[in-house]
Write a protein that binds this ligand. Structure first.
Ligand code: ATR
Length: 265
């Protein structure tokens, strides 16, 4: 019987995950199907239970259910526990394993696809919500020279920095000391077509500006480009986090480059 997987979110119609996993399955010869499921805002756990009862083997979880998926999992990977959010569920006879592949996806895109070395670099992370929280530890693992978290609400940035001990500075957008080699936008500002109030001086010479959003040019990327930075959207991260989940479920690592290229055309 074909193994079933799905992505749960609200909204979900726009999701590229079914297309990405179908491409991975074709490429690696895996007998599986992957669908998008719109879970009601107050019915995520019930939707997941129905899917498991119908034979579901695993699932991805997207906005706004990642924290709920964290609570729903009966076991957590260390990286999911530290991220406080789950984007990948694996269903087994011994319960549900929650993992978080977002940070690994970002690091893979930055280092493998965009050829950036993170070690020794100054990294600025914009935002302190769920999206930012999921990538702090994998970024730190790359041993940057500095990681600074800037957020509209400074207290949230401070809380996030404290979770990971010393070595991370937290501040508001008006108190960012220039300049950074990599600036990652993990705020929800791009979703609303907004630009976080940044000084152009945050970008060092040859800086990379990375927006976790994908699918359209964002004010953040336009601003960065206008001040000499190289701009990258989050499509590569999306495909890389999917590859990491696929590898967890199927034990085989797909080749992401042709899938990213196909999505770009
Ligand atoms: P997500 O899971 O997508 O990270 P979230 O947890 O609601 O969603 O966090 C949204 C993040 O985007 C927060 O860092 C938020 O800043 P506040 O903590 O001050 O609310 C940030 N954000 C949202 N809209 C923004 C905007 N227009 N400008 C700057 N930051 C914004």
């Amino acid at each position: 019987m074909t193994d079933r997987y799905a992505v749960f979110g609200h909204p979900i119609a726009h999701s590229k995950s079914p297309q990405i996993h179908a491409a991975f399955a074709r490429q690696t010869g895996q007998d599986m199907c992957y669908e998008a499921i719109l879970a009601p805002l107050d019915g995520f756990a019930a939707s997941v239970t129905r899917f498991i009862d119908a034979g579901g083997r695993g699932a991805n979880v997207t906005v706004p259910f990642k924290e709920e998926a964290f609570r729903l999992a009966s076991r957590l990977s260390p990286r999911a526990r530290r991220a406080g959010a789950v984007n990948t569920l694996t269903f087994g006879s011994d319960g549900t394993l929650g993992d978080n592949t977002d940070g690994a996806g970002l690091v893979a895109d930055l280092t493998r696809n965009l050829n950036y070395t993170l070690a020794g670099k100054r990294i600025l992370l914009l935002g302190a919500g769920g999206a930012a929280r999921g990538v702090v530890e994998p970024l730190l693992d790359q041993q940057p020279a500095a990681l600074v978290i800037a957020n509209r609400t400074v207290g949230r940035a401070e809380e996030l920095a404290e979770l990971f001990g010393g070595g991370i500075r937290a501040c508001g957008f008006d108190a960012i000391d220039p300049a950074f080699d990599i600036v990652v936008n993990a705020t929800a500002a791009s979703l609303a077509g907004d630009l976080p109030p940044l000084s152009p001086q945050v970008f060092a010479a040859d800086a990379l500006a990375y927006d976790m959003m994908y699918g359209r040019d964002t004010p953040f990327l336009a601003f960065a480009r206008g001040h000499g930075a190289r701009a990258a959207d989050g499509l590569g991260m999306l495909v890389e986090q999917a590859a990491e989940a696929f590898c967890l479920w199927r034990g085989v690592r797909p080749d992401t480059a042709p899938v990213i290229a196909a999505l770009r055309t």
